[in-house]
Each structure stands twice: as C-alpha cells, then as structure tokens.
Ligand binder design. Sequence first.
Ligand code: HEM
Length: 407
Amino acid sequence: MSRKTAEEHADNWDLRDQDFNDNDFLYAVYDVMRQKSAFAHTEHPFLSATPGGAWVAVRYAECYRILQDWEHFSSNPTPEGAEQLAGDLVITLDPPRQQKFRKVLNPYFSPARMRSLQPQIRAETDRLIDDFVQAGRGDLAQVAWRQPGIVFFKYLLGMPTDDVPLCIELTDTALNGETEEARMGAWGGLYQHIHDAVTARTSGSARDDMIDVLLTAEIDGERLPLADVVSNAMLLVQAGLETTANAMSFAFHYLACHPAERDRLIDEPDLVPRAVEEFIRFAGSIHGIPRTVAGEVELGGQVFCPGESVLVNYAAANRDPDVFADADRCVLDRRENRHLGFGAGVHRCLGSNLARLEFQIGLKQVLARMPDYTLAPDAEAVFHGSSVTRGFRSIPVVFNPGQRSAA
Ligand code: HEM
C-alpha cells in the first residue's frame, strides 16, 4: 500500500497515522522536520486541545529552552482544555503551586526509597517470568506491561494488583481509542474506577502509600479537594504504566533482534544502567506534551503569541545529530547521554528513579533466566506506533526452558 512521503508527513505531522507503525519511518519524518526548521506545525496535535493546531518543537536546543522557561511556556492548558480537566494536576500546573505538589510527592520516589524496593521488584519480575519459563516460549510484552503496574500499585500507590489489567486497558483506550467518543469514555471509566478506589479509602485506617499521602496532604494550609486527589492518582496511574512498559518492551525486542548486543549485556552486567538510558533516549521517550504560550516570546527565530500551543517532542530531540553522535544508532555504552527522555526543568519526570529501577531489573532478570532468547520464528511481534507513547504489544520469544524461581 502506498503511503505519504516523509516530506508530506513533515508538513502536517499526525502521530495517529498508521504509517508510524514503521518506527524508522517516523524518525525519518523527524529528520525532515528538524532540517526544515526548529518548529513544525500540525493541525493534528495528539494531546493538545487548542483550536488551530500546534507548533511542534523537534530540535534539542529549543525543546530544552521551552522546558526551562515555564513562565512563557506554561503547562496550564488553554481555558477550553482546562474545562475538560477535573481538578489541579501536577503536570498541568505551573510553579509555585506545582512545586508544592512536588514537595508532597517527591519523598515517595526518592532514590533511597526506590533502592529499598529492589528485592520486591526482582521477585515480582521473577513471578511473571515463572508463568512461562518452563515452556521455553512466551511473550515478553507480558513482563514489560505487567511488571511496572504491579510494582507501582502494590508498593507505592496502594491499589489492588488485580486492577492492573483493567487500568492498562482503560489507559490504552483513553490515549489510542479509534474515536474521540471511545477515548473520552475510557477517560471517564478510569476516572470513575480511581474515584471509587480513593473514596473507599477515606474511611479506612491510614496506610503508608500515595493515595494516603494525597488524601492527607496540605497545600497552603488546606487539604486537597477530592477531585484533585483522584486526578493526580489517575495521572500517576497513566504515567506509571504505559511509559515504562513501552520502553522496556522496546528493549526486549531490540535485544531479541541483536543477539551480539544481548550477549554483551549478559557478559558485562555493569553496562545495564547505561543501556537503559540509551533505550530511553533511542526509543523509550514521549513524542509530545503540550505547553501553552503565556506571554509573547521569540525562540529559534519564531515569535510565539499568547494562547498558542507548542508540543515538546522529547523523542525527536533525542535523535538530534547536533547533540548526539550517531544519533540514529542505539549505542548501549553511550557515555555522553543528556537525553530529554524524562523531560527537564520543573516538570522533570517524578518517577524516573522508579522507571530506571524497574527497567534495569526487568532486563537483568530476563537476561539471567533466558539468556538465549530470540524472536519466535512462527509468530509476529506486534508494534504499536501511532501514539505519544509507542511500544510492542506482543513479543513472542523462544529459548531453552528454565526452572521456576523461588519467588
Ligand atoms: C520510561 C518511563 C518514563 C518516561 C519516558 C517518562 C517521561 C516523562 C516526561 C518526559 C515527563 C515530563 C512532562 C512534561 O515536561 O510536562 C514526565 C513527567 C512525569 N512523570 Fe514520567 N516518565 C516515565 C515513568 C514514570 C513513572 C514510572 C511515573 C510514576 C509512577 C511517572 C510520573 C510522572 C509524573 C507524575 C510527571 C509529572 C511531573 C510534574 O509535572 O511535575 N513517570 N515523565
């Protein structure tokens, strides 16, 4: 089937286009966009509700500047967008209130707290591998998608792990559903589900988890309204499930297709943290979160007017050849790697320490327990590319059968 050229896509980039199930093609489109100008324009922004489309920042330098300049490039959506939100969300607030939310949430993601979770994350990963390790074949997407959800729900958020599959499905439909109606329906379903989980907790005894933290937090001397507690819990669910799962799924698939790289990580396990950073740069980052122009400002030769929407494309920035040597190659031992995969500035990812740990342990356990795994010759891996977060939904693999763990 014929498809649009990279140049045609670059003129009006629409991430929902099925052509972008070809990962290399999407990055070829970004190359064209980056070469033409620091900012492309799209009538089809994935997440922004601004009428008239949005600008798309595709070069590293401008993305970085936007992320640092929250006074001109606000995370608060336009009034139309704000009406659709239920409550104050940390990701759609600006300082100083945003920083007060961060102060409440940050301790839950501290490096020390994350380190203490290592044995539990390893055991949860092992349990998922146990489901198929004796068969000598399985689907690694199951590990990539379930492990971050189980870890986050059980050890941080305080929701039942039985809810993980439903929340994954609702989050996925909310982002990628075929129609606006399906997407809005899924947002509503997710909101209601989390609302019920939060309200069930308002009467019970205190627990040391994030739902409790949100319920008892005081900002400027006042408790958060219930709508804010639910909305922020919902943001954490979306942010915690889909991003890490997609990034990890990409790594599992990449190593199945590159056995020499897989063997190198097995022989040199100290490389794993650097490899994880490279996977996040190369494929695991987000393809656009909006900012709204709050005051006239010039950047990269472009004047922006108040009310305009600008998408920061972290993934395109992460392939900018002005910043990364061999930008289109996955270099597992890359040394200089100041990628924007987790963002930058005041909204820099709250869960980056958790994501890194889940990802590193996921990789280590898979490589330790099925070191010779490769793609199954009789089944296709399924990649989903027409979304802000992109990854594999199925990675059928074969390997020499192993033993169940003691987990
Ligand atoms: C590989 C995995 C992940 C990637 C690539 C990623 C990426 C990002 C990016 C690019 C931002 C900045 C958004 C902006 O500039 O507006 C962000 C913010 C955020 N992330 Fe992550 N993230 C990941 C994992 C997680 C996890 C596991 C959690 C929590 C469980 C999380 C929670 C958040 C939250 C709450 C924010 C908003 C912070 C704020 O507005 O101050 N993320 N993430």
